[in-house]
Every structure is written in structure tokens, then in C-alpha cells.
Design a protein around this ligand. Structure first.
Ligand code: IPE
Ligand code: IPE
Ligand code: MG
Length: 259
């Protein structure tokens, strides 16, 4: 990443310990909703001469650590972009491997998520995923639906443009049925028809792997999100980097168009 852009939007070398970062973060308001574009698994594996799937396996560990870090800090909503509507274009084997990860994650992590009072939700159309994957995703949602702690969204088969298209269809349907008048369509109504209905917009969006783009993620919701980028590949993303992103967020001045 170009150095000057890096200084503006992302990672700085802090050289501080986890404890120092945490005590600094705890002094200021936290972002309510943090959303992460977990990118760079394939490159991480390639650098090591491993198949791309090894990068996805390594990335899973970071998902677990990041959930723990978010939960322990008291973040309200964490959204993890796990598989996009465009990721179906990847080789069959890789897609099949990615679709198995939720099944694996269910076995290893469901109990911990229940113990942590985490509520797991999915953003994205489950029905296109293999039946075993759908079962795992549904079990996550079912077994945690009454939990009241961290809301953990997995964006799987998620695409923001498709989400907006669906919202438009639903709203037109409501107008045609005469349930609402065209003039009643406003930002709130659109929010209610998005997959993120009921959730606050992301305050902070993190993207790993040095790519400075959004890749069809939460396009409507990110209107006033703070963006934070790091060169770290997702399997190298540590809780320290997560804390650093939050600390940088806390230093930003959010104006929402005002002065
Ligand atoms: C992110 O890592 C995981 C998914 C998109 C599923 P990538 O698989 O995109 O890794 P790179 O970007 O090719 O390195
Ligand atoms: C974005 O990463 C999607 C996820 C992290 C799930 P991609 O690797 O698919 O994005 P592009 O292709 O680099 O834009
Ligand atoms: Mg990628």
C-alpha cells in the first residue's frame, strides 16, 4: 500500500503491548458496529507454497480470536464478510472448501459462542449454499437466537447490490398491494428492507490484505462509516491490529456533513 495512503487510512506501527492498547481504548467510546472484509487468505497460503484452502483454514483461527476480542471489549455488533455473491466464480474445489468451513466452525465453536451469549445471524441467501452448510448456518442461528450479547453477523453469499435489488422488489410489492404509498418510501423504510434491518450502520469497516476497495459490501450502510485498511493478510490479523483499528477510529472526527 502506498505509504501516504497508509498513514491516512490505516495501520501505523505502534510498538505497544496489548494491555497498553486496551487501556487506551477503554477510555473512549467504542464503535457500536465493526464490519470486517477478511481478505488475503489465498495470498497468505501462496507465500508459503500452500494451497489457497490452507489460507482459509488459517483465517478461521483469526475469526475466532477477533470474535473473542470484540466480545471482551463489549462491541455490540461484529459483521464478518465471509463469502460474497461474486466468490462463486472461484474454482469448484475452493468454493466447496469454503462451504465446509461453517460446518467445521459449528463443531468447534458453537458451544463457546453460546457460553459467551453471542447471537449469530447470517446476512445473505442461504438457499444457494449446499444443504449441509445451510443446516450448520441454521443451527448457529437457532441455538443462539435468544442470546443478548454480541451480535455476530456472518455475511455468506452476501452482495450489497443484490441486497438492494431485493429491498426494491419488496418495497414495490408493498406499494402494489396498497400497503404503503410511494411517498412513504424513505431512508428508514429502505433500512427496514435490507438484511441489516434493526442493526446500527457500521461505524468502522476494516479491510485486510492491502486492497483499498469495498467489493460489494454494505454499500448503503457505509455512507458514514470510518474505513481502516491494513496490509496484514487475514491469517495474520491479530487482536492487536483489531485494537489498533479501534484506537484509530476513536481519534477520527466524525462530522456527518456538519461542521
Ligand atoms: C478472503 O481471502 C476470503 C474470501 C474471499 C472467501 P481471499 O481468498 O480473497 O484471498 P486473496 O485475496 O486471494 O489473497
Ligand atoms: C471480498 O474479498 C469478499 C470477502 C472477503 C468475503 P474478495 O477477495 O472476493 O474481493 P476482490 O475480488 O479482491 O474485490
Ligand atoms: Mg481476496
Amino acid at each position: 500500500m502506498i505509504e501516504s495512503i497508509k498513514r491516512m487510512v490505516g495501520e501505523k506501527k505502534t510498538g505497544r503491548s496489548k494491555e497498553e492498547l486496551l487501556s487506551s481504548i477503554r477510555k473512549f467510546p467504542l464503535p457500536e458496529h465493526v464490519a470486517i472484509i477478511m481478505d488475503g487468505n489465498g495470498r497468505w497460503a501462496k507465500k508459503r507454497g500452500l494451497p489457497r484452502t490452507a489460507g482459509h483454514a488459517a483465517g478461521m483461527k483469526r475469526v475466532r480470536e477477533t470474535i473473542r476480542a470484540a466480545d471482551e471489549l463489549g462491541i455490540k455488533v461484529l459483521t464478518c464478510y465471509s463469502f460474497s455473491t461474486e466468490n462463486w466464480k472461484r474454482p469448484k474445489d475452493e468454493v466447496a472448501y469454503l462451504m465446509k468451513l461453517p460446518i467445521e466452525f459449528l463443531k468447534t465453536d458453537l458451544q463457546e459462542l453460546i457460553d459467551r451469549n453471542v447471537k449469530v445471524q447470517m446476512l445473505g441467501e442461504k438457499s444457494r449454499t449446499p444443504s449441509q452448510t445451510q443446516l450448520a448456518l441454521t443451527e448457529f442461528e437457532e441455538k443462539t437466537k435468544h442470546n443478548t450479547g454480541l451480535i455476530l453477523n456472518f455475511a455468506i453469499n452476501y452482495g450489497s447490490r443484490e441486497e438492494i435489488v431485493q429491498a426494491i422488489r419488496e418495497i414495490i410489492d408493498e406499494v402494489q398491494k396498497g400497503n404503503i404509498d410511494k411517498d412513504q418510501i424513505d431512508q428508514d423504510l429502505i433500512n427496514q428492507h435490507l438484511l441489516t434491518r434493526g442493526l446500527p450502520d457500521p461505524d468502522l469497516i476494516i479491510r485486510t490484505s492491502g486492497e483499498i476497495r469495498i467489493s460489494n459490501f454494505l454499500l448503503w450502510q457505509l455512507a458514514y462509516s470510518e474505513l481502516w485498511f491494513t496490509d496484514a493478510l487475514w491469517p495474520d490479523f491479530t487482536p492487536e491490529l483489531f485494537y489498533q483499528a479501534i484506537e484509530d477510529f476513536q481519534r477520527r472526527s466524525r462530522r456527518y456533513g456538519a461542521v
